[in-house]
Design a protein around this ligand. Sequence first.
Ligand code: FMN
Length: 281
Amino acid sequence: VDRFVAGDVLDDAVRVTRELVGTGRKVTLDHLGEDTTDRAQADATVDAYDTLLDTLGETGLARDAEVSVKLSAVGQFLPGIGERTALENARRICTAAARVGTTVTLDMEDHTTTDSTLGILRELRVDFPWVGAVLQAYLRRTEQDCRDLAYEGSRVRLCKGAYQEPESVAFQDKGDVDRSYVRCLRILMEGKGYPMVASHDPRLIAIARHLADRAGRAPGSFEFQMLYGIRPEEQTRIVEQGDLMRIYLPYGAEWYGYFMRRLAERPANLTFFLRAMATKS
Ligand code: FMN
C-alpha cells in the first residue's frame, strides 16, 4: 500500500510532500475517508484538514501544496442535513487554507453527487474564488459543465472518472471516454479558467500539451496532475519540459476505498501492492 498511500500519519504525509516539492513537483493532499454518515467522523475529518493545513503553513510547504477534499467525508451524506453540513465543513477547511495561503479542490464522487457538489462549489466560490472543481469526462453532462466552468480564475481538474456508472449517464466505451476527454480539454484550454489535466494517459497528455500551445497558453497557466506512485518517469519528464506537475497524495488510515478503485482501474497495480506487503514482512 505504501506505493500509493503516504502512511497513516501526518508526519509521513509531510515528509513525502517535502520530497516531492524538492523535485519540483506540486502536491495536493487528500486525507483518506469517504461516505461517512456519522457527524463525529465528519468533524474529525475537518479537524484533520485543519491540522494538516496549519502544518503546511508552518513548514513553508503551503506555497506548493494544496488539499483535495471529498464532500462525502465531511458530511454530504448525513441524513437530512447533508448539504448544509458539507457546505459548513468545507467552509471551515477553506478558511484554514486561506489562513496559510493555499487552495482547496473538491474531489468529484459518483454521479448522484455531481449537482450537489457543483452547488456547494458555487457557494464556496463566493468567498473563496480559488476553490477547485473536478469534472469527469465519462459523464455525458461534462462537456456542458466544462463550458459553464471555463471562466476567469476557475480552477477545473479534468479526469476520466473512477466510479462504476450506468450507461444512462456515462460513456461505457473507453474510446468514447477518451473522445469526451479531448472535447472537454479543448473547451477548458480555449476558455479563461485554469485547467488541471489529471491523467496518466500519454496520448491525452500529449493532446493537452498541443491544445495548450494552440490556445496560446503559457507554461504555468494550466497544470498536469497524477496520482502518487503512478508513472513517476512521466512526472519527471513533465517537470523537465517546464510545465507544472501536481501529485495527488492520499494519506491516513482509511485507504481501502481509494486503493480498491486503483485496483479496479488497473489490475497490474495488485502486483505493486503484493510487492509492498512482501517488503514489509
Ligand atoms: N476520479 C474521480 O472520479 N474523481 C476525482 O476527483 C479524481 N481525482 C483525480 C485526481 C488526479 C490527480 C488523478 C490523476 C486522477 C483522479 N481521478 C479522479 C481518477 C481518474 O478519474 C481515473 O480513474 C484515473 O486517473 C485513471 O485514468 P487515466 O488513464 O486517465 O490516468
